[in-house]
Design a protein. Structure first.
Length: 284
């Protein structure tokens, strides 16, 4: 009995020792509190993504609002920015001192992506074969990171455009489309120039304008060439917004004449944006 107990104790010591040896492999540092950048999210106001065979994407924060500044100018989609910022805060499961002679082997001699947060640069290389973790460099440090973020970095620049027509709750004072022509008088009375005999109900007008204020496109792209189409104008308190309207089977596209951003919407959505709702007695 004592002999068996002694054997079991020896086995436990052996297994524990092997575990420690595996954990403390030569050259490997395990620093779970270390992030792959030294930056706090609140300090980051510039993101630059350089990738092979694709446009360089540059995003900048101004007055707490993120915008794309390269390869075109556009408001940025907040959700995508949050995902990029979270990359800067990753705590790597494995960290090594960088061996410059192994850069090519790790895919870091010519990295597939270079991700810049302010003045810190992450170079993204190949994946290793054991755990499919991706080699990532920051200065003299080599990280092995779970491969969960590369698809964000290689997505088309258009994927980062805000899908909202308006990034804030704007005050609309007039709307002219091929279907409707709403105008608000100085005494806050609405009229439809296309149907002058019928004064629209204020609640119906507000419901229609909310369709514009909170509209989100199915997708957005940047048009480099001038597009011809039907005219749409929205009057705001201090300026006018102009779109060109293109109709396709099942969808419509609104192209901003200022930014050349093309917002694709469903036909059903566009109909709600250009048709005054009929209110029943309970809505009155």
């Amino acid at each position: 009995m004592k002999k068996r107990l002694l054997i079991n104790l020896c086995l436990i010591v052996l297994i524990t020792s092997l575990g420690l040896i595996a954990w403390l492999k030569p050259g490997q540092e395990t620093t779970p509190e270390t992030r792959i950048t030294s930056l706090d999210i609140s300090a980051i106001d510039s993101i630059r993504i350089e990738r092979k065979n694709k446009d360089t994407l540059v995003l900048k924060r101004n007055n707490q609002v993120w915008h794309i500044t390269q390869p075109f100018n556009a408001p940025a989609l907040p959700g995508k920015i949050e995902r990029l910022l979270k990359i800067s805060q990753i705590k790597p499961p494995v960290t090594y001192p960088l061996d410059e002679s192994l850069l090519k082997q790790f895919g870091l001699r010519t990295p597939s992506v270079q991700l810049h947060f302010n003045n810190e640069t992450l170079s993204i290389g190949k994946t290793e074969s054991v755990n499919a973790r991706r080699y990532t460099r920051n200065g003299e440090q080599l990280f092995l990171l779970d491969d969960t973020f590369l698809h964000y970095l290689t997505a088309p620049a258009e994927a980062y455009i805000d899908t909202r027509l308006f990034s804030e709750n704007v005050q609309i004072t007039g709307l002219q489309t091929p279907e409707i022509d709403l105008q608000r008088s100085s005494d806050n009375i609405w009229s439809d120039a296309k149907k002058p005999s019928n004064a629209p109900a204020p609640d119906a007008v507000n419901m229609l304008l909310d369709e514009w204020r909170f509209a989100r496109a199915i997708h957005v792209e940047h048009k480099s060439e001038e597009i011809k189409g039907e005219a749409i104008t929205l009057q705001l308190n201090n300026k006018a917004i102009h779109f060109k309207l293109l109709r396709q089977a099942g969808t419509v596209t609104l192209i901003s004449t200022d930014s050349n951003l093309a917002y694709t919407l469903s036909r059903d959505k566009y109909k709600k944006m250009t048709t005054l709702p009929i209110l029943d007695d309970s809505d009155a």
